[in-house]
Structures are given as structure tokens and as C-alpha cells.
Design a protein around this ligand. Structure first.
Ligand SMILES: NC(=O)c1ccc[n+]([C@@H]2O[C@H](COP(=O)([O-])OP(=O)(O)OC[C@H]3O[C@@H](n4cnc5c(N)ncnc54)[C@H](OP(=O)(O)O)[C@@H]3O)[C@@H](O)[C@H]2O)c1
Length: 198
């Protein structure tokens, strides 16, 4: 892994790793990643596949082929289908972006299912504690801090060829403004990297 790929890991990679690890994903479980085509999501798809899960990636149409290429078993275009309304259920739902309906997502969980909130609203944190207390389902959120051990675990997955950084575009430091403009289009797949000449 070169510097550009490695540079993506402590950002999206660690965010994906810390929540999926708390979600205790087991082999054969059904995992849905909402917002799968971005920085955190592309790592989350690959990490969940490494746990042996059947992974559904939800994002916009332009990112779905890429999601298949990194291992997603099923894909859903959120602009055409609401995953909380199609009758499917999951053992783990990881909402990377915090845009899925809280109550319908909880209903889309199997018994003992886990709802991972990457970007929780205060109201969802309060409701989440209630759901976790009153049912077999668990709502998991909150930073646990990122440790060197987490990064070393990711490094092992990279070295074993289990995960890679998805890089859409690279920009030199002088074109930082253009890089931001591209990210702002919403078309970015995975990561955009800034390169620094030495
Ligand atoms: N990256 C990090 O290290 C980090 C750390 C802490 C917090 N966060 C926060 O976590 C969130 C995700 O970060 P990220 O870096 O992975 O963002 P990202 O690279 O922008 O990816 C987000 C993905 O979600 C998709 N999306 C937007 N609306 C959606 C919807 N309603 N349903 C399903 N997918 C949807 C976007 O696609 P379209 O644009 O095509 O719709 C995009 O592919 C952000 O809010 C960010 O601020 C990120």
C-alpha cells in the first residue's frame, strides 16, 4: 500500500472499524451499510465481508458498480428504493450518514439485531437507549476513541489483501480548491486524496 492508499485508512477506515467491531458482526449475518459508497462506507463494506457477512450496500446509482467490485453482495439505489420499506431484514444496519428513518430501521432489524449510528442525532441517542433497554435489539453509537491497536488491525487486513482504499481522484496540494469542488458534487466514490510533492 502506497502513501495515497495508506492516507485514507486513519480517516474512513478507522471510523468503519470502530463501529463494526462494536456491532460484533458474525459470519453469515446480513449486514446493510447505508451510505456505502463514501469514505467510511467503502471500508465498512470490505470489513463486514471480511467477517463473513452477506453485505448490502445502499448509495446512489453511480456508486453501485464500484460497491459490487469491492464485494457487496447486494446493492440498493436509495433514490429508487427505501431499504426500510422493502420487507427485508438485517442483523446489522450501519447508517454511516444518519439519514435512514430511526423507527423503520429498528423495525428492519432481526431479533438481536444491532443498529450502528455513525452520525447520531441527539433524539436518536435517547431513543436508542430506550430500544436497547426494552428489546433484544441494540442501538450502538458514540466514539470509543481510536487506538494504535485498531490501526494495526486494519494494517493486518490490508497486508492480507482483505481491504483496500477506494481512491476516486488524486489532486496535488496546489489544487486543494478543485478537490473540494469535486467532493462537493457528491459524485465522489470512496476517497479523494491530496498528494504532496517532496
Ligand atoms: N470520513 C471520516 O473520517 C468521518 C469521521 C467522522 C464523521 N464523519 C461523518 O460521517 C458521515 C459519512 O462520512 P464519509 O466520509 O463516509 O462521507 P462521504 O464520503 O461523503 O460518503 C457518504 C455517502 O453517502 C451517500 N448518501 C447521501 N445521502 C444518502 C442517503 N439518503 N441514503 C444513502 N446514501 C446516501 C453519498 O452519496 P450521494 O452523495 O451520491 O448521495 C455518499 O456516497 C459524514 O456525515 C461525515 O461528516 C466522517
Amino acid at each position: 500500500m502506497g502513501y495515497e492508499e495508506a492516507g485514507c485508512l486513519p480517516v474512513g477506515g478507522l471510523e468503519a472499524w470502530r463501529l463494526l467491531r462494536r456491532g460484533n458482526v458474525q459470519s453469515g449475518e446480513r449486514v446493510l451499510i447505508n451510505g456505502a459508497g463514501g469514505s467510511i462506507g467503502t471500508f465498512a463494506v470490505q470489513i463486514a465481508k471480511n467477517y463473513g457477512a452477506e453485505v448490502t450496500g445502499v448509495d446512489s446509482a453511480g456508486k453501485l458498480d464500484m460497491l459490487r467490485s469491492i464485494g457487496a453482495d447486494k446493492i440498493i439505489d436509495y433514490t429508487r428504493e427505501d431499504f426500510t420499506k422493502n420487507g427485508e431484514t438485517y442483523d446489522v444496519i450501519f447508517d454511516v450518514i444518519g439519514k435512514s428513518s430511526f423507527s423503520r430501521s429498528v423495525r428492519s432489524l432481526n431479533e438481536n439485531g444491532r443498529y450502528l449510528l455513525g452520525n447520531p442525532r441527539l433524539s436518536h441517542m435517547v431513543l436508542g437507549r430506550w430500544v436497547s433497554w426494552r428489546s433484544s435489539k441494540k442501538v450502538i453509537f458514540g466514539a470509543t476513541g481510536q487506538t494504535i491497536e485498531d490501526l494495526l488491525s486494519l494494517k493486518e487486513l490490508v497486508e492480507a489483501g482483505k481491504i483496500k482504499s477506494v481512491i476516486d481522484r488524486r489532486y496535488p496540494l496546489e489544487q486543494m480548491a478543485e478537490a473540494h469542488q469535486y467532493v462537493d458534487t457528491g459524485d465522489k466514490k470512496g476517497n479523494v486524496v491530496i498528494t504532496v510533492e517532496t
